[in-house]
Design a protein around this ligand. Structure first.
Ligand SMILES: Cc1cc2nc3c(=O)[nH]c(=O)nc-3n(C[C@H](O)[C@H](O)[C@H](O)COP(=O)(O)OP(=O)(O)OC[C@H]3O[C@@H](n4cnc5c(N)ncnc54)[C@H](O)[C@@H]3O)c2cc1C
Length: 470
């Protein structure tokens, strides 16, 4: 290793090129700053390489396979539908490559310098970057830390050839015959659904009393029903205790509703949360304030306890989602440029790409009750939406929550086909302070799934067209 002697001076150093870091870097460059991005692995971070994008590609592939097998009710039957899983993986990797290549081009186009290597804070204004060949030093006016997170490893389930995190499952070279998933959160359910659709016998062990605990049970019930159609066994109130591993598989021990049980499988996937990457970059030495979970505390502009250093994405409190990271990245870059930008999380959507999809933005009916708010709720079934029926997706509903007196939209939840896309309309409504009438007066194209939002708003107003109010 050659030790670098020069210290380069720059305006902004961004550590991590995930959806938080790369977006922050682009915005900072747009605002006239000289920017260096340091990335120790691949541009695009978890999201593009081993998270959002590859998982959605595999979800889509599993839908295609499922649809090819189940078109009989529409008069379409296909014989000998086969999966070449190596080809599925190759297709998925191609998408990842295309997108990460796109980010690298955006860096070039915005005159952002990408430096490969591991960043470490030497002082409040200096970092070193180590890679196989060299060590570089940068002196900065501002830093944005966007180092993301990694899968949480349970002490009784050490990572191995058979005990896998989401990262390994996304690149499995085979469709396992049997798989146990520990943790019925969104990552476990999404990846589990992929495998179940491709034919894996799947068992989900979830500690809470239902899977996808962040969502209301009238929504998760539909997902559970669909999983059960794929013969997925769901055990709730299940505490995974340990694993015995052999050359060809695992036996997972768990306590399920007080009873000791064992589950044999080829692999066990552990998706019980993620850990912030904040422990090995020199933050303690420069006096950065972190909470007991290792998350960096920030103000509404993303500023840490060291006011010229910002932190965004999975390493700060709140939802660990790509669009939140990107949003915080823009706010931090704008704050560095002297703008009055601040985060406001009231319209950040959450989506689960389950089958059917679920999404939520703003507050739910339950949260409205807990907060003692006086609200109206409109609920509209997919079964009464022409488009939903014509794409064979009549299961699900839209629910919209608004202030009773003013009609200002406070939140919405969707479960059903394309819930991931539909939710954005309500995010915009909340952002703009729109009312139920604003949604009602917005002409929605027909026939579209988006009409469920219009009809839910009309339900809340007591004048729906396609449902009889009694
Ligand atoms: C299977 C899976 C599916 C997901 N699906 C979705 C989804 O559908 N929608 C959604 O919104 N979110 C999803 N997520 C979550 C999403 O991926 C994360 O919230 C998002 O990637 C966080 O972005 P980030 O920029 O904070 O960090 P990351 O994407 O984790 O990027 C951090 C980057 O920093 C680099 N780094 C770390 N330390 C250093 C260092 N010392 N020096 C240099 N570089 C460093 C890392 O290599 C990494 O590239 C998913 C996650 C997983 C695991």
């Amino acid at each position: 290793m050659v030790v670098g002697e020069f210290v380069e001076e720059i305006d902004v150093v961004v550590i991590g090129a995930g959806p938080g870091g790369y977006v922050a870097a682009i915005r900072a460059a747009q605002l006239g700053k000289s920017v260096v991005v340091v990335e120790r692995a691949n541009v695009g971070g978890v999201c593009l390489n081993v998270g959002c994008i590859p998982s959605k590609a595999l979800i889509h592939a599993s839908h295609v396979y499922e649809n090819a097998q189940h078109g009989a009710s529409m008069g379409i039957t296909m014989e000998n539908v086969k999966v070449d899983y190596a080809k599925v993986q190759e297709w998925k990797s191609g998408i990842v490559k295309q997108l990460t290549g796109g980010v690298a081009s955006l860096f070039k186009g915005n005159k952002i310098r990408l430096v490969s290597g591991e960043a470490f804070f030497l002082s409040e204004n200096e970092i070193s970057v180590y890679n196989d060949n060299e060590s570089l030093k940068f002196k900065f006016n501002n830093a944005i830390i966007a180092t993301g997170s990694r899968p949480f490893e349970l002490p009784a389930f050490k990572w191995s050839k058979r005990v896998l995190s989401s990262t390994e499952v996304l690149s499995l070279g085979e469709i396992p015959k049997r798989m146990v998933v520990i943790g019925g959160g969104y990552i476990g359910v999404e990846l589990g659904t992929v495998l179940a659709k491709f034919g894996t016998e799947l068992t989900i062990l979830e500690g809470a009393d239902h899977i996808l605990p962040g969502f209301e049970q009238d929504m998760t019930r539909l997902v559970e029903r669909r999983l059960k159609k794929h013969n997925v066994k769901i055990h709730t109130k299940a505490l995974a205790k340990g694993v015995e591993e052999s050359e060809n598989g695992v036996v997972v021990k768990a306590e399920v509703k007080g009873e000791e049980m064992s589950f044999e499988a080829d692999y066990v996937l552990v998706t019980v949360g993620r850990k912030p990457n904040t422990n090995d970059i020199g933050l303690e030495a420069i006096g950065m304030k972190m909470n007991e979970r290792g998350l960096i505390e920030v103000d509404k502009q993303g500023r840490t306890s060291l006011p010229h250093i910002y932190a965004i994405g999975d390493i700060v409190p709140g939802l660990a989602l790509a669009h939140k990271a990107s949003y915080e990245g823009k706010v931090a870059a704008e704050a560095i440029a002297g703008h009055a930008a601040e985060v406001d999380y009231k319209c950040i959507p959450s989506v689960v790409f389950s089958d059917p999809e679920m999404s939520s933005v703003g507050i739910s009916e339950r949260e409205a009750k807990e907060q003692g708010l006086d609200v109206v709720v409109g609920r509209f079934p997919y079964a009464a939406n022409g488009r939903a029926l014509s794409v064979n997706a009549g299961e699900g509903f839209a629910k919209i929550i608004a202030d009773k007196e003013t009609g200002v939209v406070l939140g919405a939840q969707f479960v059903g086909e394309d819930a991931s896309n539909i939710v954005s309309e309500v995010a915009l409504a909340i952002e703009m302070g729109a009312t139920l009438e604003d949604i009602e007066l917005t002409i929605h194209a027909h026939p579209t799934l988006g009409e469920v939002t219009l009809e839910a708003a009309e339900m809340a107003l007591g004048r729906p067209i396609h449902v009889v109010v009694k």
